[in-house]
Design a binder for this molecule. Structure first.
Ligand SMILES: NC(=O)c1ccc[n+]([C@@H]2O[C@H](COP(=O)([O-])OP(=O)(O)OC[C@H]3O[C@@H](n4cnc5c(N)ncnc54)[C@H](O)[C@@H]3O)[C@@H](O)[C@H]2O)c1
Length: 263
């Protein structure tokens, strides 16, 4: 599917991997609906990209009403521009480490587990659920009758989560697991679903990592021996959109790295 003259929703589009994706799709002729909690960063991005092809919506993906309003307004925008909705990239997410049982024999707080699951898993499902009724109505493109694509963001932690990542791994493993059933639900509409599972990428999220964790990851890197760049993630999103044979799969983007059990 071509990116040009299609509108894309990017959650978490104000920072990191989502931000790089918004810029990449915009550079390739897409119209971008940026949905994020961080209104300052979101508005700054729209100023940079220009208001003709980019719009920011302050959204908390844990709140259905908040997503619904932004999706409806995006749909209105596509009507006024004539640039139909072509995809959703769900990059809003948080990492919030915590061992299931700590050294004081205290179990992980349920608030902490809910926080991660609500943003990474519920927020992803809810955004997709609310965008789909609009995507099923767009004009299919030739020759395959394609209407659009959902690109979800998992993590290496879906497969080799580290100590302290139970909640995060549960959220990302769930995103990876739902890729195929989602694909099977939406194939009849000419909509694809692909999940990208990145390892360590430079972003605001990973700036917060302790030196110990960062070093433990650098030790097990195969090639290249560095964190990924957000632009490299965005390039894969672009390819997922453009290559119609990519569907129903989880793509690891990790330079061959497998996360170790010991930090
Ligand atoms: N950077 C990495 O190394 C890495 C690795 C694997 C997976 N990921 C995943 O990639 C995605 C993007 O992460 P990033 O590294 O770019 O982080 P980031 O912190 O730079 O960006 C995340 C964005 O999500 C937004 N967000 C957080 N909670 C939200 C909410 N409730 N509603 C709306 N927006 C919300 C934040 O405001 C922020 O702009 C996340 O899902 C993350 O789990 C990142």
């Amino acid at each position: 599917m071509k990116i040009q003259d299609r509108t894309f929703i990017v959650t978490g589009g104000a920072s990191g991997l989502g931000l790089a994706t918004a810029k990449e799709l915009h550079k390739n002729g897409g119209y971008i609906s940026i949905m994020d909690m961080n209104s300052e960063a979101g508005e700054t991005l729209v100023k940079e990209l220009g208001t003709e092809k980019a719009k920011f919506f302050e959204v908390d993906v844990t709140k259905t009403e908040s997503i619904q309003t932004a999706v409806n307004e995006t749909a209105q925008w596509t009507k006024s521009t004539g640039i139909e909705l072509g995809g959703v990239i769900t990059a809003a997410g948080v990492g919030f480490p915590g061992k299931i049982i700590d050294r004081h024999n205290e179990p992980l707080a349920m608030e902490s587990i809910d926080f991660v699951l609500n943003i990474n898993l519920r927020g992803t499902l809810d955004t997709i659920r609310l965008a789909l009724p609009h995507m099923t109505q767009v004009t299919p493109t030739h020759p395959d009758g394609e209407r659009g694509i959902i690109v979800m963001v998992a993590s290496s932690a879906a497969f080799d989560g580290q100590p302290g990542q139970v909640a995060y791994a549960a959220s990302k493993g769930a995103v990876a697991s739902m890729t195929l059933p989602l694909t099977r639900d939406i194939a009849q509409y000419g909509i694809r679903a692909v999940t990208i599972a990145p390892s360590l990428f430079e972003s605001n999220m990973t700036k917060l990592l302790s030196n110990k964790v960062r070093k433990s990851l650098e030790r097990v890197m195969e090639f290249p021996v560095r964190a990924g760049k957000a632009e490299e993630f965005a390039a894969l999103v672009r390819h997922c959109i453009e290559n119609s044979m990519l569907n129903g799969t989880v793509l690891r983007l990790d330079g061959g790295m497998r996360m170790p059990s010991k930090l």
